[in-house]
Design a protein around this ligand. Structure first.
Ligand code: ASP
Ligand code: CP
Length: 365
């Protein structure tokens, strides 16, 4: 059934949770990793547990040796057509930790895309040599199209989106949730927490993926601060509200924090996505005054409020915030490697084995 699907049918199946399972899961676990919506609560919990198991095994002599064998002999293609520091390097480091071999292509003009090759032919070719493809691309649907092409092929291999145009950055939101879970470990977890997301939401894939992923938790609240022209689009707001989650949108950080600052449990600051501006490259990069998290706002929030940023940052999160007790941005970066290693393990069906070994070595409960 899935093999004969047209691309339009494949895309429309992604909008429905039962149909999505058919096309994105295999053997009861996530296979292609494209969207936050595709993850259930139990997927998220076991992914986070696997990440913790990997983190602890990596510090243990026997554990480290064991990890290197988990994906030994597997080959991973990292296709990055847009700039990346953290995502690309953390995927590569994650593959190294599990003993997989990696190859990277960053300049697509050196591949046969430059000769007009279709996405479908290109990824089917890559699937002859690799066991998974990690892809960051400026087109919203490149990874989706690649996943569809591979489902129709004789050698389906997982496609993992590492940032899809303006639409989603699913592995970023998984590492964000892993970081939130750690931060709230002593405070009842993510359920019931209020998360404020700041940025030009309608074109910010990290912000959007996190907002979608928050719907997997019980009764959180999702607040946004966004310039009027980039407010979260109706689809996103409706999706969140459909899950019974309270949404609030303000136009400035100051008005949001003056009204709700003490109630907010985590602030997720993001960079203005000026690379998408039309009319030429902006002359000056950075956020304008209402979207900078000024240090004086510390008095409007609780000391235990978690402060996050997917990075890179420009001026929107001043360095002085590093002194705030809830600042976890560098932990987020490091968690990117652990969660991406857990994603590789999950799609290759090696995650249970990893958790079992960590349990046997008494590294996780
Ligand atoms: N690095 C993240 C992304 O690629 C966030 C950003 O660039 O602002 O989406
Ligand atoms: N957070 C993030 O995706 O960073 P890079 O763009 O550097 O990969």
């Amino acid at each position: 059934m899935t093999k004969g699907m047209s691309y339009e049918e494949f895309k429309s199946s992604l909008r429905d949770s039962a149909a999505r399972k058919q096309v994105l899961r295999s053997r009861g676990r996530p296979f292609h990793v494209l969207l936050s919506q595709q993850f259930g609560r139990s997927d998220i919990e076991s992914l986070c547990d696997t990440a913790t198991a990997i983190r602890r095994l990596d510090r243990h002599r026997e554990g480290r040796g064991f990890l290197r064998g988990v994906l030994s002999g597997q080959r991973i293609m990292h296709l990055f057509s847009q700039p990346s520091t953290r995502t690309a390097q953390s995927f590569l480091a994650a593959a190294d930790k599990l003993g997989a071999n990696s190859r990277t292509v960053t300049d697509l003009s050196t591949s046969s895309f430059a000769k007009g090759e279709s996405v479908e032919d290109a990824v089917r070719t890559l699937s002859s040599f690799f066991d998974a493809i990690v892809v960051r691309h400026h087109e919203d649907e490149f990874a989706t199209r690649a996943a569809w092409a591979l489902l129709r092929s004789h050698r389906p291999i997982p496609v993992i989106s590492a940032g899809s145009g303006r639409s989603q950055h699913v592995t970023q939101s998984l590492l964000d949730v892993y970081t939130l879970r750690y931060s709230f470990a002593e405070r009842g977890g993510i359920d019931g927490k209020t998360v404020l997301i700041i940025g030009d939401i309608s074109r910010n894939r990290a912000a959007r993926s996190l907002a979608y992923l928050m719907t997997k938790f019980d009764q959180p609240r999702v607040y946004f601060v966004s310039p009027r022209e980039f407010v979260p689009e109706r689809d996103l707001v409706q999706y969140i509200e459909k899950h019974g989650i309270e949404v609030r949108i303000h136009e400035t950080i100051e008005s949001m924090l003056r009204e709700h600052g003490r109630q907010i449990d985590a602030i997720y600051v993001t960079r203005l996505q000026q690379e998408w501006d039309t009319g030429g490259a902006p002359t000056e990069l950075g956020s304008s005054d209402p979207y900078i998290l000024k240090t004086q706002y510390r008095e409007l929030i609780r000391p235990d409020c978690v402060v996050m940023h997917p990075l890179p940052r420009v001026n929107e999160l001043p360095d002085q915030w590093e002194e705030h007790p809830g600042f976890v941005v560098w932990r987020q970066v490091r968690n990117g490697m652990w969660i991406r290693a857990a994603i590789f393990a999950m799609v290759h069906g090696a995650d249970e084995e990893i958790r079992a070994r960590a349990r046997r070595l008494e590294l996780i409960p």
